[in-house]
Ligand binder design. Structure first.
Ligand code: PHE
Length: 503
């Protein structure tokens, strides 16, 4: 019978009458231990040996244990110093003995408590009395430390070992030891004769040119063997999902918007008919920039029309807010709390010139809010912004668009709830069901822009719009429960490594 070299070596070293440790057999046969273990399993597959396993406990010294083995246990050093200080005859000063033993820090307490416990002597109000009959050379714990070091832990007294473990001087660990034993078939094979086959693991140019490939035996592939997992870099699931969202929206006829992360409150709030004393405009909600504090350019005509909408309202029945409105506030720069600032820039013509209906735009970009961190809130997250500009849009168009969009991600149980936004009427919040917890999760906010928003922008048809959370979409798709699993220092690396965004 021809077998790979390692298997032959192992087979010859194995015994039919007793288990032999693979490690010992490997050392004897001069085969690497890992190779031997692999070979043993292959021989077992061929029925030539049996492999057995046992869990063995081993005891080893901790760093502290090793230190004491070298310099002596603190209590032993203390005892010797006490004898030197004459404490066997007359009480000696404790400070002197500590100094004489060269003990410092924690070692002092360790020495004192064990000195008394082991009966090396007594300590009473600062004076030390040493027992002249104690023999530090016979200290059982010192002996056990030495035994553990030389691999003879089995010979040490179990109570003493326990004591050393309690003191943190030794530690126990478990390992699996595998042994092999020849089967009857193995014995037969050996008697009939086994020889080492030169197996070749790789076809090389030399084998090809020399023609040797015709004679060699190739090692068989074990397609069931566990391979070492390789963790390469990969695109973050959030980025993968963002790209997928972009693909879907482009497929639905949308174009992408781009614009500043830090922007004038004018674009973030004023164009959206949010009064300047609206609570969402304070530092409780939005981050303000200290440099630059103000934007340089705002389109003058638009500023005037927006001011008028806020002060006087829009249309015949317009009322406005009757609250103060200043351009100074509008010029202040904040980190955008939503990407609706981009929608305002595009709809006003500021970004790419005037647009004619029908038009559809989207962005998948970061927004920043001064929220309190919790499982569903971060200080920054990705918003899927979008709008459709057309004649005669209704709520059905809005719902239909969301249904079509979320279906692409396998989410078919959307729910809509009437809502309030200063800038849309009607408005709807969107909800989906969490696949793991069954909870209803808010995934977005939407509506149809009010005249007070559209008229100053110079848009005279309908515009429906929305802001959806990318992270919440991801939650519904993959079922994780804490947004911090995918962001920041608490991120769940396994989730990030293993989640596949497929569509
Ligand atoms: N800006 C809203 C938010 O951040 C989303 C939205 C955009 C709602 C456009 C209506 C219209 O929640």
């Amino acid at each position: 019978m021809k077998l790979p070299q390692a298997q032959v070596a192992l087979l010859r070293a194995a015994d039919a009458n007793e288990d032999r440790r693979i490690a010992d057999v490997a050392d004897e046969a001069d085969v690497k231990r890992e190779t031997a273990t692999g070979a043993a399993f292959e021989l077992e597959d061929e029925g030539l040996v049996t492999v057995s396993e046992e869990t063995v406990e081993s005891v080893s010294l901790t760093d502290e244990g090793r230190q004491y083995l070298g310099e002596g246990l603190p209590e032993v050093r203390f005892y010797r110093a006490a004898i030197d200080a004459g404490a066997a005859d007359e009480p000696a000063d404790m400070g002197t003995v500590i100094g004489g033993a060269g003990l410092e820090g924690d070692a002092v307490d360790i020495a004192l408590s064990n000195f008394a416990r082991k009966g090396y002597g007594e300590i009473d109000s600062g004076s030390v009395h040493a027992d002249p009959d104690a023999d530090p050379d016979e200290d059982p714990e010192a002996a056990a430390l030495a035994a553990v070091e030389s691999g003879d832990a089995g010979e040490a007294d179990s109570d003493v070992l326990y004591q050393l473990e309690r003191r943190g001087l030794v530690e126990r660990s478990e390992s699996t030891v595998r042994s092999i034993r020849l089967t009857d078939d193995g014995v037969t094979a050996l008697m009939e004769g086994v020889e080492a086959a030169e197996t070749v693991g790789e076809l090389t140019p030399e084998l090809l040119t020399s023609g040797e490939w015709e004679d060699v035996e190739f090692a068989e592939y074990n397609v069931e063997a566990d391979a070492e997992p390789v963790q390469g870099g990969k695109e973050h699931v959030l980025r993968q999902t963002a790209n997928r969202v972009k693909d879907v929206l482009v497929g639905m006829g949308f174009k992408e918007m781009q614009g500043p992360h830090a922007d004038a409150q004018f674009w973030i709030n004023d164009c959206l008919f949010m009064p300047q004393d609206h609570p969402a405009r304070t530092h409780w909600d939005q981050f303000a920039l200290s440099n630059p504090q103000e934007i340089d350019h705002l389109p003058e005509d638009l500023v005037e029309r927006v001011r008028s909408a806020h002060r006087e309202g829009v249309g015949e029945d317009g009322e406005g807010y009757h609250s103060p409105w200043t351009e100074d506030v509008a010029r202040r720069v904040d980190l955008r709390g939503h990407t609706t600032s981009l929608s305002m820039r595009y709809l006003s013509g500021e970004q790419i010139g005037d647009l004619e209906p029908p038009e559809r735009y989207f962005s998948v970009e970061k927004v920043y809010r001064n929220d309190t961190l919790d499982p569903t809130h971060l200080l920054e997250f990705f918003q899927i912004e979008g709008w459709v500009m057309a004649e005669d849009l209704s709520v059905r168009d809005l719902m239909g668009t969301f249904t079509e969009f979320y279906e692409q991600f396998g989410i078919t149980d959307l729910e809509f709830k009437p809502h309030y936004n200063p800038y849309t009427e009607p408005s709807f919040e969107l909800f989906g069901t969490h696949p793991e917890t069954g909870e209803i999760v808010e995934v977005g906010n939407s509506g149809i822009f009010r005249d007070e928003v559209l008229e100053p922008l110079g848009v005279d048809c309908d515009v429906m719009a929305w802001g959806l959370s990318l992270e919440r979409l991801l939650m519904l798709m993959y079922g994780f429960e804490d947004i911090r699993d995918v962001h920041g220092t608490l991120a769940d690396l396994e989730l990030l490594r293993e989640t596949e965004v497929v569509y």
